[in-house]
Design a protein around this ligand. Structure first.
Ligand code: GN1
Ligand code: MG
Length: 368
């Protein structure tokens, strides 16, 4: 097979994969790592694996990253067995490389990891029916539950201050000052919008410092497409993309999930007039999420659920804009304005959430 985006002989050797390589598919859901599903014929039986090239611009220490993921997945694995459920389909399982680590480094300093492919599931980038988003909320709430007795102290911080919106804003201001590629002049409106919401950016960090919001072990990247849904039951059975599982706030997970899934359009939609919060979807997610973890959250966490959606949209807008100013080094892009369009989409969403805040609070109250 010609022109593979990976060296299949190396991968097979490193992970001792049995059988004959028959082909691959590229997965395009994530915008950080490169992901492929690779297939083998093992004595007449098709066997599949998910192969990922870890983005080392984003994740500086893949070995630490994989130690986190090993610890977290084995904790979840045990918890799932205790519940009498099938760990093969409900948690990712990684293959060890030849040196015993859960990833390997090739001669070009690319890091690779491999996990068993889970069959009979689908992923989504948009919602076709509200019940699916309720299932997504239930799955992330359950993820929170499964990790509630996991010791976060043992985890490395794979990306420092990942959801510290206050620090994200400082990083934007630095990028603006440096103006590495001369784009600062074009983004006055976006900067004004963000600066006028500086107090919102600081709020969660301040409440955490004051000891009012508890640090938990959270996923931190709770996009809809990071859930595997069962083909037969539509249940969200497995949470993937565990790179950012770290100590964090429950509100990061709730806010991030809703800002992605309950937006009326996809994150990449450039027409901001179409952007908005779908209140029915907000309700579905809130219902699902609180049904599986309401008893774990304190009153302030529950009160701030709607606010968290606004602030996570604002934060991602800040991150896209910072990357745009820095010359698009972090997120994969397909065209020069991509990160700016994504930023505008998120800022429009946070504006629409402000407008609908009272309605969102009312909906949330129904499920508290
Ligand atoms: C990235 O890896 P992926 O595509 O699931 C990013 C998230 C953003 C998201 C926006 C490690 O997630 O924080 O919310 O893009 N992950 C990282 O689409 O930065
Ligand atoms: Mg992902």
């Amino acid at each position: 097979m010609e022109n593979l985006p990976f060296d299949i002989d190396y991968i097979c050797r490193e992970f001792s994969i049995p059988g004959r390589f028959t082909g691959y598919k590229t997965k395009s859901d994530g915008i950080i790592n490169k992901t492929y599903v690779i297939s083998f014929d093992n004595c007449g039986k098709e066997e599949k694996y998910t192969l990922q090239n870890i983005n080392t611009y984003v994740f500086k220490n893949p070995y630490e990253l994989m130690k986190n993921i090993s610890a977290v997945t084995s904790h979840i694995h045990n918890a799932i067995i205790q519940k009498g459920l099938d760990p093969q389909r409900r948690v990712l399982s990684f293959l060890a490389a030849s040196d015993g680590n859960c990833c390997c480094k090739d001669e070009n300093a690319n890091f690779w990891r491999l996990y068993h492919y889970i069959d009979g599931v689908y992923t989504l980038n948009t919602i076709d029916k509200p019940s699916v988003f309720e299932a997504c909320g239930r799955a992330f709430g359950e993820f929170q539950n499964l990790l509630s007795d996991f010791d976060g102290q043992s985890l490395y911080e794979t990306i420092e201050n990942f959801h510290n919106t206050k620090i994200r804003l400082e990083q934007l201001k630095d990028a603006l000052k440096t103006d590495a590629v001369g784009k600062a002049k074009d983004i006055q409106a976006e900067i004004e919008f963000i600066i006028s919401r500086e107090s919102d950016c600081k709020k969660l960090a301040e409440l955490t410092d004051a000891g009012l919001l508890p640090i938990r072990v959270t996923h931190n990247d709770t996009k809809l497409n990071n859930v595997l849904f069962d083909n037969e039951t539509d249940e969200g059975i497995c949470i993937i993309d565990l790179d950012t599982v770290m100590p964090g706030l429950s509100l990061y997970d709730f806010g991030d999930s809703v800002r992605f899934g309950a937006n009326k359009v996809i994150e990449d939609e450039p027409d901001t007039s179409k952007v908005g919060i779908d209140l029915n979807l907000y309700e579905s997610y809130t219902k699902g999420y609180l049904s599986s973890c309401a008893d774990k959250l304190n009153d302030l966490e529950k009160d701030l659920l709607p606010f968290s959606v606004k602030v996570l949209a604002l934060e991602l807008g800040i991150r896209f804009l910072t990357d745009y100013l820095n010359g698009d080094l972090y997120f994969k892009i397909t065209h020069p304005m991509h990160n700016l369009e994504r930023c505008r989409n998120q800022l429009a969403l946070s504006r629409d959430i402000e407008i609908n805040m009272d309605k969102m609070k009312e909906i949330t109250q129904k499920y508290i």
